[in-house]
Design a protein around this ligand. Structure first.
Ligand code: AMP
Length: 467
């Protein structure tokens, strides 16, 4: 709060990135000082070696500072306190994050004071996250991942207490925090909640205060949403967004007229959610024509609104790197091309079927990798499943299913394939199957399909082909 409050720009760094990428980001952003907790020094030291002259402030507890660095506490203590914050233009930059992009270089997004306030107001509304003063909110999502989805700002605005998990993100530690801090609301990517679900199943009754989770960043499997509700009385609020959108664009709260527990109700709960007030959306078909909001017509979603960026940082200046690639993300009439493919219902709910680059193009038809993954992860023997398109002589591309088995379970590709019948169209069922120990993840915990495609291309996967 102090950094943007003083008129400076806060740039949260993703310490899980490779040192070289992080150094590129720091230089590209023009960071002038870096605050680092000493516990992270081993990770940060190789980054520092790649940086020029830049002030480094270390938060330490023993006075033993790495050479050439300053003590954060001493710098803060020596500053002159201000009684009044500077009067800052609401459109001035407050915070910035870089995308975790699985393609190309990371891109910078600047958030203004105005966009952060409007995003906090909208995401905290009753039919959104419904955050209140009485809430105790746990952000399992890190601050470098789109400002922990804006929660530090929404919670401060609304008076909710906040809990930070620190470095321990295993299921047992998270459940301990939920219980020990009497958390009422928590947010994170599906991978985290997948592990927590299994832990809660084995240790029922550990949380009696937590009644809702916000899950996004990648598609929350419907089976997981239902399991939390049925087995633990915890409501998952599915949401969709992007670094470019501050990030929240949709949240899935079914209309009150829909009967709880009905098929329709679960369809609403599993969708990515209704466009937030303030977020405009339109669907663009493959031929560039706008598609109707009928819940069926599929296209790439484009968005615009007060907390949606109009360009990437330094795009169009001599310092930018991927000028054309960055500019292509925006339409001539000012919409952000999300790269996400799906449908919109007449009442404004988004149903995503894929990233445009992940959709599988088989014999001129599209197969949704997300639908296949959700159907596979609904099988009790499957812990995780990721589906990518791989080259196929006859069809151009066909799905390859990479499956991680749940502990102590076994199942054959034939059984999994039979189980998909009736859940997806017959011609969409994969012929290629691989069992793997873990789905590779990006630095923010999403399935890293680029790595899976490469493993397949390099012949590293043990693939069984069904007829
Ligand atoms: P990031 O900027 O790292 O948060 O990534 C944004 C991208 O994550 C989006 O463009 C989507 O492709 C994906 N994403 C986020 N939330 C969801 C969701 N609920 N379902 C499916 N994909 C999602």
């Amino acid at each position: 709060y102090g950094v943007p409050g003083s008129g400076a720009v806060l740039h949260t760094l993703n310490i899980r990135l490779h040192a070289e990428e992080l150094a590129y980001i720091i230089n590209h952003a023009g960071d002038s000082a870096i605050v680092v907790d000493k516990i992270l020094w081993p990770l940060f030291a190789p980054v520092r070696d790649r940086l020029g002259d830049i002030r480094i402030l270390v938060i330490d507890d023993d006075g033993d500072l790495p050479p050439g660095t300053l003590s954060y506490e001493q710098v803060v203590a020596s500053a002159t306190p201000r009684d009044v914050l500077p009067d800052i233009d609401e459109r001035a930059a407050a915070v910035m994050c870089y995308t975790s992009g699985t393609t190309g270089r990371s891109k910078g997004v600047l958030y203004s004071h105005r966009s952060m306030v409007l995003h906090a107001l909208a995401s905290g509304l009753p039919d959104c996250l419904n955050l209140r003063e009485s809430d105790v909110a746990l952000a399992v999502v890190p601050m470098f991942h789109v400002n922990a989805w804006g929660l530090p700002f929404a919670c401060a605005m609304l008076g909710s207490s906040q809990v930070m998990p620190g470095p321990c993100l295993d299921a047992a530690s998270i459940v301990e925090l939920l219980a020990g801090e009497r958390v009422t609301f928590a947010a994170g990517v599906p991978t985290i909640w997948h592990g927590v679900l299994r832990y809660l199943d084995e240790h029922p009754g550990m949380t009696d205060t937590c009644y809702r989770l916000m899950v996004g960043g990648s598609a929350a499997p419907p089976a997981m949403i239902k399991a939390y509700q049925d087995r633990h009385d915890i409501e998952i609020i599915h949401g969709w967004g992007m670094t470019e959108m501050s990030p929240v664009g949709t949240l899935a709260i079914p209309p009150s007229a829909v009967e709880k527990g009905s098929d329709e109700y679960w369809r609403y709960r599993s969708a990515q959610g209704r466009l937030l007030v303030g977020v405009d959306g339109r669907l663009m078909g493959p031929d560039g024509s706008e598609q109707p909001w009928d819940g069926e017509s599929v296209g790439e979603l484009e968005v615009r609104g007060p907390w949606i960026t109009a360009s990437y940082y330094l795009n169009g200046t001599e310092n930018d790197t991927d000028k054309d690639e960055m500019a292509s993300k925006f339409s001539d009439d000012g919409w952000l091309r999300t790269g996400d493919v799906g449908a919109l219902t007449p009442d404004g709910f988004l149903i995503l079927t894929d990233r445009s680059k992940d959709v599988i193009k088989s014999g001129g038809e599209w197969i949704s990798s997300v639908d296949l993954e959700n159907a596979l992860m609904g099988h009790p023997a499957v812990k995780e499943a990721s589906v990518v398109g791989v080259p196929d002589d006859k069809w151009g591309e066909r799905p390859l299913a990479s499956v991680v088995l749940a502990d102590g379970q076994s199942v054959t590709p034939d059984e999994l394939s039979d189980n998909l019948e009736g859940k997806v169209a017959h011609w969409q069922v994969p012929e290629r199957w691989a069992f793997i120990d873990e789905v590779p993840k990006t630095s923010v915990g999403k399935f890293d399909k680029k790595v899976l495609r490469k493993r397949y291309a390099d012949g590293e996967l043990d693939v069984k082909q069904l007829n």
